[in-house]
Design a protein around this ligand. Sequence first.
Ligand code: 5RP
Length: 233
Amino acid sequence: MTLSQNEQKKILAVKAANFVEPGMLLGLGTGSTVDILISTLGEKFGDLKTLEIVPTSLDSADKASKLGVKILEPKSDLSPDLLIDGADEVAPDLSMIKGGGGALLWEKIVAHNSKRRIYMADSTKLVRELGHFLLPVEVVSFGHEWTSMALKKIFSAVTIRKTAEGEIFKTNSENLIYDCQIVDDIQIDVLDADLCRIPGVVTSGLFYGFVDILLTVKSENVIEIYEPRDVFW
Ligand code: 5RP
């Protein structure tokens, strides 16, 4: 029997919740797997008042605060003990594409400032090479059409993200997102450096060097991956 994507997300969330202890400061990711984690934590702890979180989106903050979790602002004297987040694609070197939910910037900032990071990726997210999923690139609104012209020199297709209602999507920092098709044989670190050099680009959904533990599913079991291990892809 093969587990559906949702069933996988559920067992990933249950596994991830095992890493959470009362009194922890948690970096809370964004997305449907994290939504399941939030409700799983609710079931595990009952009263979530012992938990404090730094959220990676207003959406996650809203969902967690409904369960009584204390929401903290990022501050210099705070470092989340653990970040738990989802992913859109994960390659064997544990580089990832994130930002399908549009929270890439806050997700990257919280990840960078957390002591330990766990990512949950169901088996559909594992890819030999990044780039099947369009790479989200967050840009400031000012001059974004010029910025998109620079992006078009790097990517084979570049599309501004819109909401289901056809409005231009705005991130939690009031920026815009261009979803970009990565060309073949790209070197992730070179691509990231090229993007950072474009005025107007805030960040991209390329995450590398962030994974401390990857939780994924193989034959109905959750596997913990601590370092690049081709064998699972
Ligand atoms: C949001 C993200 C999410 O982590 C990513 O999109 C995975 O989402 P889901 O758990 O719904 O598959 O990067 O910006």
